[in-house]
Design a binder for this molecule. Structure first.
Ligand SMILES: *Cc1c(COP(=O)(O)O)cnc(C)c1O
Length: 366
């Protein structure tokens, strides 16, 4: 790995998951080949964006799609697009603010570290409800300045939340679109269409997580008119998204990644993750400095839910301390922390890395 060694950086073994801060996911060699080919010629970026969106929409079975520079960029674009719904001529402005409906409703328990992405788009987040939210709170929150509601898929099960279906029904009574942040909710693939069944108008997804496209890519999916408005202010147009560049290589790479993604054998993926989680738990079970168990997180805030993990409770150290020790170990291993446990997620792990992870965890807990 001389490109990293040249910079004095050690590669990590990723036992954490599709986490942005450690690189998201790894692209398939076919995706890299497509990007290399794309890099060899000039092309009309406007046409490429449009054709890529059409192809991806067809592959995923959704009405329309637009390639963005990530899910967070997608949130910024959807906010600006919803705010200019009544005045599309303003959609090309770099700061589509003053005089527009700028309120983005969010259920209070859905507030999170990504909600500033809609603020960047010119929206102002309006908190709805408190520890609990009643349907009446949502009705009462709608004003003539409401542009959209942002629904965090990972927070659907948080205490005080309301189901997506109910939120969409209420918002649609008022003619307000609902945007779902589903950046890291796949697998399973079927979840994407479930959000539309629930009434979502737009969803944003990362291209660089389970889809395994370029890390700096993402998708806005959904209703044709809204997606078209997002595209109109997105790269390479001179709207608020002009700086959120998706180069030709990224666009072509994401198309190829989506082609592979829809064909991937998901049952085989789950079987591989299952086998790795079992092997980790079994091997770590022999150690007397930790407790290991299999755990399938389904609760709120865990992305993606449903993948079996190995959860490790260190007996003589805190989980955070063990996490740090693993990052400093050789080879360095990235893991998650969930409460008092280290969460080992096999999503980005290869079966031949299990032994290394077991050894590193035992050493870090000792
Ligand atoms: C990762 C993530 C994002 C950002 O996605 P990028 O593609 O990295 O921009 C937004 N929201 C949630 C919930 C995420 O997990």
């Amino acid at each position: 790995m001389s490109v990293y060694a040249d910079l004095g950086i050690r590669p990590l073994i990723n036992a954490w998951g599709t986490v942005t801060a450690v690189g998201g996911s790894l692209m398939d060699p076919d995706v890299l080949d497509a990007m290399r080919e794309a890099a060899a010629s000039f092309v009309d970026l406007h046409v490429l964006q449009r054709r890529a969106g059409e192809r991806i929409a067809g592959l995923l079975g959704v009405e329309a799609a637009c390639v963005t520079a990530g899910a967070a960029a997608g949130l910024t674009l959807t906010a600006a697009a919803c705010m200019t719904a009544q005045s599309p001529e303003r959609a090309s402005l770099l700061q589509p603010t003053s005089g527009l409906s700028e309120e983005c409703l969010m259920l209070h328990p859905h507030r999170n570290r990504y909600d500033r992405a809609v603020t960047l788009g010119g929206a102002r987040v309006v908190d709805v409800g408190g520890a609990t939210t009643a349907p009446g709170d949502l009705h009462a929150a709608v004003t003539d300045r409401t542009a959209m509601l942002l629904y965090m898929a990972e927070s659907e099960a948080v205490p005080g939340s309301l189901p997506l279906r109910e939120v969409c029904a209420i918002m649609h009574e008022h003619g307000i679109p609902v945007v779902v942040d589903a950046a890291a909710e796949i697998p399973p693939r079927s979840r994407l269409l479930e959000y539309f069944d629930g009434g979502a108008d737009l969803i944003v997804v990362s291209g660089g997580k389970q889809i395994r496209g370029p890390q700096s890519s993402g998708l806005i999916l959904g209703k044709e008119a809204l997606v078209a408005r997002c595209a109109a202010i997105g790269y390479p147009n001179h709207g608020i998204g002009r700086g959120m560049k998706t180069d030709k290589e990224t666009i072509v790479g994401l198309v190829k990644a989506v082609e592979l993604f829809v064909r991937r054998d998901e049952a085989a993926d789950f079987a591989r993750w299952e086998a790795m989680a079992d092997a980790l738990v079994h091997r770590l079970g022999a150690s007397d400095t930790l407790l290991a168990r299999r755990h399938v997180p389904e609760g709120p805030g865990i992305q993606p839910a449903g993948i079996p993990r190995a959860y490790v409770t260190p007996l003589g150290r805190t989980a955070a301390e063990v996490q740090t020790r693993l990052r400093e170990a050789d080879p360095a291993v990235a893991v998650g922390v969930d409460g008092d446990d280290i969460a080992i997620n096999p999503q980005c792990l290869e079966p031949d890395q299990v032994d290394l992870v077991v050894g590193a965890v035992e050493e870090a807990c000792a």
